[in-house]
Ligand binder design. Structure first.
Ligand SMILES: [Zn+2]
Length: 299
């Protein structure tokens, strides 16, 4: 059984459950800034990694973590640019990536996202794996510009291309390519050196995650910096290792399902064994990751 520890530990909730930010203590969170290439940097605080484009046209953010962190995020951005934040693009609907939307929108920042982000944020969502309900977001936190397939920003000397991919981590995901800077933000399609969460209740799928990783790999080169949704910034080789880990684990679990194996049997067979030292120390331990893939493939 997957009973090694309670399924809903604080750590699990903090990452996976969109509304968890409400109960978290953000007072000690510090925002770490990593310049990546050209006008693009990455911010890490609590929640999903933020991509930042700065320049004469104003600041564009990819994701905005949690509402209480907005003043700290703004202070970090101020150190990169005197220009105001003008645009936010959400990679997907989860609250650890969209929590800052409301306070930023109050400051006239325009929030963009794929139309399913707005749809899912507009109504209560129930996550079957964590057995957790997320209430609808307040109206001011909803993206006010939505798109179906993609959108491109021509700002700060760059072409910032936003492409919807689905189903992947959810059915709301976008990948962002900063073309000139040669940086990609993969959102939660890529967890770097952490077993990823796949939100099957929000339309996500392991097969879609592998396909989305392949799509990114086909559009980047060895010099591209890749911002993951969670974990340290990476490059093409990191994303490739992640993609191969996902595909290998999926194929093993799919085979076991075809052979009629139960979840307990599959967890006991340790289909992630050689990956656990690198990937299994983060948000999902190996048993929970296997359970997630197994239940997703069974549906
Ligand atoms: Zn997510």
């Amino acid at each position: 059984m997957v009973r090694a520890r309670p399924l809903m530990t604080a750590a699990v909730l903090a990452l996976a459950v969109p509304a968890a930010g409400q109960d978290q203590d953000f007072s000690k969170v510090e925002i770490k800034t990593t310049p990546l290439a050209g006008s693009v940097s990455m911010l890490e605080g609590s929640g999903g990694n933020i991509g930042v484009s700065v320049g004469p046209d104003g600041v564009l953010l990819v994701d905005d973590e949690y509402a209480p962190l907005v003043p700290k995020i703004e202070a970090a951005v101020k150190k990169l640019s005197p220009q105001p934040i003008r645009f936010v693009v959400n990679t997907h609907w989860h609250g650890d990536h969209t929590g800052g939307n409301g306070p930023l929108a109050k400051e006239q920042v325009v929030v963009f996202a794929q139309e399913n982000v707005r749809k899912r944020m507009s109504a209560e969502q129930f996550n079957a794996f964590f057995k957790h309900a997320t209430p609808a977001a307040p109206p001011e936190a909803l993206p006010i510009v939505t798109f179906a397939d993609g959108i491109t920003f021509h700002v700060n000397g760059d072409d910032i291309e936003v492409i919807h991919v689905a189903p992947a981590h959810t059915d709301t995901d976008s990948i962002i390519f900063f073309r000139k800077a040669n940086v990609a933000h993969a959102g939660d399609i890529f967890f770097n050196r952490i077993y990823p969460f796949i939100d099957v209740s929000s339309g996500g799928s392991i097969n879609g995650m592998v396909a989305a990783a392949d799509l990114i790999l086909g559009r980047i080169d060895d010099q591209t910096k890749v911002i993951p949704g969670h974990g340290p910034p990476g490059g093409k080789a990191d994303l490739k290792a992640y993609r191969d880990m996902l595909a290998t684990v999926r194929d093993r679990i799919q085979k076991a399902i075809r052979e009629g194996k139960t979840l307990d049997q599959v967890v006991a067979s340790k289909p992630t064994a050689e990956f656990d030292a690198v990937w299994g120390k983060g948000f999902l331990d190996p048993g929970h990751f296997v359970a997630l893939i197994y239940t997703g493939l069974k549906q």
